[in-house]
Design a protein around this ligand. Sequence first.
Ligand code: 3PG
Length: 394
Amino acid sequence: WNSLDDVALAGKVVLTRVDINVPMEDGKVTDTTRIDKILPTVEDIIARGGKVVLLAHFDRPKGKVVPEMSLAQVVPALEAALKRKVVFGTDCIGAPAKAAIAAAAPGDVVLLENTRFHAGEEKNDPALAADFAKLGDVYVNDAFSAAHRAHASTEGLARLLPKAAGRLMEAELKALDAALGNPARPVMAVVGGAKVSTKLELLGNLVSKVEHLVIGGGMANTFLVAQGVEVGKSLAERDMAATAREILEKAKEAGCKIYLPVDVVVAKEFKANAPSSIVVVTACPEDGMILDAGSETVARIKAAMAHCATLIWNGPLGAFELTPFDAATNATAKEAARLTAAGHLISVAGGGDTVAALNQAGAAEDFTFISTAGGAFLEWMEGKVLPGVAALSV
Ligand code: 3PG
C-alpha cells in the first residue's frame, strides 16, 4: 500500500475515510480518542495543500436516515480537537456534499453526513462508491478500525481513485505487523474475555503463531471444565468443552505453551467488593464463582513474560469492571508496561474492554501501541485479510 508520502495532495480534494464512531451520551462525545488520532493525517493533508473531506459512519442506522445518529453531533468535538473550522455536509453524496466542499476555505475541514444513512454503504454498492468518487481527487483511508467492513467508503471507493493509507492506518499496520506478522520472538499473547465462542478463531490462529498463550477471563473457565475441573457457578460454556480440548491439542502440537489459572479468586456474588477468597483452581466451591485469576497465576504469567520479546493482548483476565476482581488484569498490565518502558518488550493491545482495562491499570501509556480498533483488531488477530486494508493494495 501507498503511504500519504506517495501521493500528490497539493490542490486536491482528499476524501479521507476516518473512524469517528465515538462513544456518545446525550448528544455529547464522552471519549475523543478516535477523533484525536486522526489529527496527524488531517494536518499532513492540509500542510501539503489538500482539502480534507471526511467520510465516516456513526453507529448502525442500517441504511436509513436516523437523526440521533447524525454526525452533526460530532462537529463540536471535532472542531475542538482539530482546532479548525468544520464545514458539515448534510449528505455524504450529491449536491449537499458538493456545496459543503465548495464552501470550505483553505484550512477548513469538511465532514460529510453518516455514510451508513445510505443502504449502498454496507452493501458496498458500486453506484455509491462512484458517487463518493465524484466528490474528490484522492482517497485516503485512515480508518483501520473499520477496515474489517467491505463497505462502499472503506473498500469500493479505494478502487476508483489514487489511494493511500493515512498516518493512523499506517501506524496500526506497522504495529500489528511487529506484534504478529513479523515479531521479535518469543511472543506472548494474552487473551481474555467472557466467552470462548467469540474468540475461537482467534485462539485457533494464535496457537500456531505464538510461543506463550495466556487464557483468562470467563473463557478460561471453559478450558478448566474441558480438563475436568469443577468451576461451581462460574461463567463457562460447557458445550464448548470439546472445542477447548481441540485448541489445547493444537497448541501442544504447535509447541505453544498455554497458561490457564492455577489459582482463582472466588466469590458468591458478581458484585463489586463481594467477599472473596483465593483458592487453588481445583477448589472452587459449588456455590462460588471465579471472578479473577489468583496471585500465583499472575506470578507465573510475569515470569514467562520476562523472557518474551513481544506481547499482544486482547481481553481482560478477570471481571476487571468490579474491584477487587481487576487485580490480575492490573498486575499483568503493569508488568507489561514496566517491561516495555525498560525496553525489554514490544507490547500491543486492542479491543474496547482491553483498552479500558489498561487505562484503568494506568498501564496504557507505556504500551508500545494501543489499537483504536475493536472488531477489526480481533479479525486481524484471527489471521483474516481486512477488506479495507486489502483494497489499498489493488
Ligand atoms: C467500531 O466501532 O469498531 C467500528 O467503527 C466499526 O463499527 P461497526 O462494528 O458498527 O461496523
